[in-house]
Design a protein around this ligand. Structure first.
Ligand code: ADP
Ligand code: ZN
Length: 206
């Protein structure tokens, strides 16, 4: 089961991937996470500037990761491919993709969701002004620290990140749609519904 997952920032790609990973017993490979953990100065430079890491570096990292033993039964690729060159690379290397999940969501819904999000700066716990309220307003249940909004969860910033995502991903969506691998999944509802829909589609297609 070789899965690629696309979705705008804030749609819940991380949560969905986590559940699919457990269900299908395949690793969740997020190039963003891999690069965030990198101590390579050159890579850090791109991340700090908010620039894409050059294709050669990304491909080297992905190729090495996909050769690891835990990928034998498949994988979930998240954050890769980001460019047509990267998509072409997978094809060249003979990496067969079973399905490309395209998580869809209305921008306003995502913005509302993220702008209500509160995080604990100390332990990382996540809350929501309306959906996941802490027991005591503005205070972390787990460690008693005062909760904060993340700077990049502000409405304007979120809108901009979603715009950039839509522009960058358009060609890749077309690429996989042409190859009949793309499946649109409405993903701005309940997480459990989203995962059930995905499971149904996967079982039907693979
Ligand atoms: P974001 O934080 O923009 O939602 P990610 O967490 O997926 O995105 O990735 C964080 C950073 O890692 C990106 O801004 C980029 O510098 C780098 N990166 C991740 N995946 C790729 C990729 N496939 N190609 C190039 N750069 C990447
Ligand atoms: Zn806390």
């Amino acid at each position: 089961m070789n899965i690629i997952i696309f979705g705008p920032p804030g749609i819940g790609k991380g949560s969905v991937s986590g559940l699919l990973k457990d269900k299908y017993r395949v690793p969740h490979i997020s190039t963003g996470n891999i690069f965030r953990e990198s101590s390579d100065k050159r890579i850090r430079h791109y991340l700090e500037k908010g620039l894409l890491v050059p294709d050669e570096d990304v491909m080297r990292v992905v190729e090495k990761r996909l050769k690891e033993k835990d990928c034998q039964n498949g994988f979930i690729l998240d954050g890769f491919p980001r460019t047509l060159e990267q998509a072409g690379f997978l094809e060249e290397k003979g990496v067969k993709i079973s399905i490309v999940l395209n998580l869809l969501g209305d921008t306003d819904v995502i913005v509302a969701r993220l702008s209500g999000r509160l995080i604990c700066p100390k332990c990382g716990a996540i809350y929501h002004i309306r959906n996941i309220k802490p027991k005591k307003k503005g205070i972390c249940d787990k460690c008693g620290t005062e909760l904060v909004h993340r700077k990049d969860d502000q409405p304007d910033v979120v809108r901009n990140r979603i715009d950039v995502y839509r522009k960058q991903t358009k060609v890749l969506i077309e690429y996989y749609r042409k190859r009949n691998l793309l499946v649109d999944i409405q993903a701005d509802g309940q997480l459990s519904d989203v995962v059930n829909n995905i499971t149904a589609v996967i079982e039907d297609k693979v």
